[in-house]
Every structure is written in structure tokens, then in C-alpha cells.
Design a protein around this ligand. Structure first.
Ligand code: 6PG
Length: 255
């Protein structure tokens, strides 16, 4: 397994993070569609991606993306109904998907109507298995919490140890509310071609430093979930604003 160093893009503020990430995503989608005719992207939850989604729904990005060839799934979901204010599906719909010509059949949310997250995770596993049968995950968008969690994979949680062939895992006791969630597993995320982290704000500076400067934190090596996102044959991109990146040394790669 070759570990490719992440590309860290540090920009002044959150709006610049959304702009830079949108430009990168347009390039990746258009390249992928030109090469294979389809592009599958996993959307992130949390508050940070909303600004990116709103930007992708506006010109020039809206018309630059071949939406009819794009399929979206979710990297994780809070286990709430689709109309709940906490629903990541609802957020993506309102900020992005309702405003672009993506076919309805190409939108594959985590089902949240089953009696338990575990039942939903088993069903979503089959859906994600199909995604891999038709070409795999081209882009996974992720946020990160100030404790280093990503998707719904929290530090020291058993969900991190899901079997390598398990695409999706249920979480019943997340430390960040709501406690019930469904998430792609680390091994699934690590099969992606491109993983894009969006991180803003000073509250995340210490976690950003730990994840991106492991040699300066030898006791922390690969313990945080975000740090364990290391695609086997893929590229990781970090788009961080100045506050989130303030503890990084200047020798991280910037473009
Ligand atoms: C969720 C997420 C979670 C999120 C981070 C960052 O809670 O839905 O999947 O991993 O991305 O907690 O959240 P913010 O962007 O709101 O800081």
C-alpha cells in the first residue's frame, strides 16, 4: 500500500475554501465523466459543506458540471427523518440538489425509515456495493470535528473497527448529537479516488495540526479517525481556512 501525502490548500477564509473546493470538484467531475461517463460523489454532513453546496448550485459551477452523469450518495447521515432540520439529506437538497439538473434516480440517500440504524446500514451497504460494481466512489467529501472525527466515525469508537468488507456501519451512541447515525466505514472511504476535507475555524486548528503533522505528534500517530483516511489508490485534499490552518508549519504543500 503506497500512502500518498495529502495536498493541503490553505486559503484566507471560509468563502475561499468553498471557492477553491468548488473549482477542484468541477475539475474532478468533468475529468471523471470524460473518462468513464459517470462520476459518483459522497456528500458530507455538518454545517461546513453548506457554503460549498450553495456555490455549486450557482453559476458558473452549476453549468460546468455534467449533472446528468453525476450520482450522489452520503458519507454519513444522522438517523432522523428526511424533513428533520438535522438531516444531512435535507441540507444537501435545499442547498444544492433542488437547484441543479441531477436526475432523481441519481440521488441515493441513506434510508432513515427503518426501525434501527443497523437495518438501514445493512440496506445502504447493498446500495454502496452497487456503486462499487458500477465504477466506485470517485469523490468523498468530508468535514472534521475538533476531536478529529470525520463522517460519523468518532475517536475510539468500535465503528472504526468495522470489517474490511463492510461498506456501511451503524452508530448508536455518537458523542455529537444526534447519537444515532449511519456512516461509510474507513475501508470504504479509503477505496475512493479522491477525498476532499473542508475544514474551517480556529476550533479545529489543533486537530488539523495533529492529522497533518503526525511527525510532530508521535504519540498521536494515526489515532484520530480523520488521520486514518488514507486511500489505498487515491488522493486526499484538505481545504482549510487560515484559522483552521494556523498551527500548521509552512512546509505543508500548498497549491
Ligand atoms: C455530521 C458530520 C460530521 C461533520 C463534522 C464537522 O455531523 O453530520 O458528518 O462528521 O462533518 O462534525 O461538522 P461541521 O462542519 O458542522 O463543523
Amino acid at each position: 500500500m503506497t500512502h500518498v501525502e495529502p495536498t493541503v490548500v490553505t486559503v484566507p477564509d471560509a468563502e475561499s475554501v468553498f471557492q477553491a473546493a468548488a473549482e477542484r470538484i468541477v475539475s474532478l467531475i468533468t475529468e471523471r465523466v470524460a473518462a468513464s461517463g459517470v462520476c459518483t460523489m459522497a456528500l458530507a454532513g455538518g454545517s461546513t459543506p453548506k457554503g460549498l453546496y450553495e456555490r455549486l448550485a450557482q453559476e458558473p459551477f452549476r453549468q460546468q458540471i455534467p449533472w446528468e452523469h453525476v450520482t450522489v450518495v452520503w458519507g454519513d447521515e444522522r438517523y432522523v427523518p428526511y424533513d428533520d432540520p438535522e438531516s444531512s439529506y435535507r441540507m444537501a437538497q435545499e442547498a444544492l440538489l433542488e437547484h441543479v439538473p441531477i436526475p432523481k434516480d441519481n440521488i441515493i440517500p441513506v434510508p432513515t425509515h427503518f426501525p434501527t440504524p443497523d437495518r438501514a446500514a445493512r440496506t445502504y451497504h447493498v446500495m454502496i456495493e452497487h456503486v462499487f460494481e458500477i465504477g466506485g466512489l470517485d469523490i468523498v467529501l468530508l468535514g472534521m470535528g475538533d476531536d478529529g472525527h470525520t463522517a460519523s466515525l468518532f475517536p475510539n469508537h468500535p465503528a472504526l473497527d468495522a470489517a474490511a468488507d463492510q461498506f456501511v456501519v451503524a452508530v448508536e451512541d455518537a458523542p455529537k448529537p444526534p447519537p444515532q447515525r449511519v456512516s461509510l466505514t474507513l475501508s470504504t472511504i479509503n477505496r475512493a479516488a479522491h477525498v476532499i476535507f473542508l475544514v474551517t475555524g480556529e476550533g479545529k486548528a489543533a486537530a488539523v495540526k495533529t492529522v497533518l503533522s503526525p511527525s510532530q505528534n508521535p504519540d498521536q500517530t494515526a489515532t484520530l479517525p480523520a488521520q486514518r483516511v488514507q486511500p489505498t489508490n487515491g488522493q486526499v485534499w484538505w481545504f482549510v481556512d487560515a484559522k483552521a490552518g494556523e498551527m500548521l508549519s509552512t512546509n505543508t504543500s500548498e497549491i
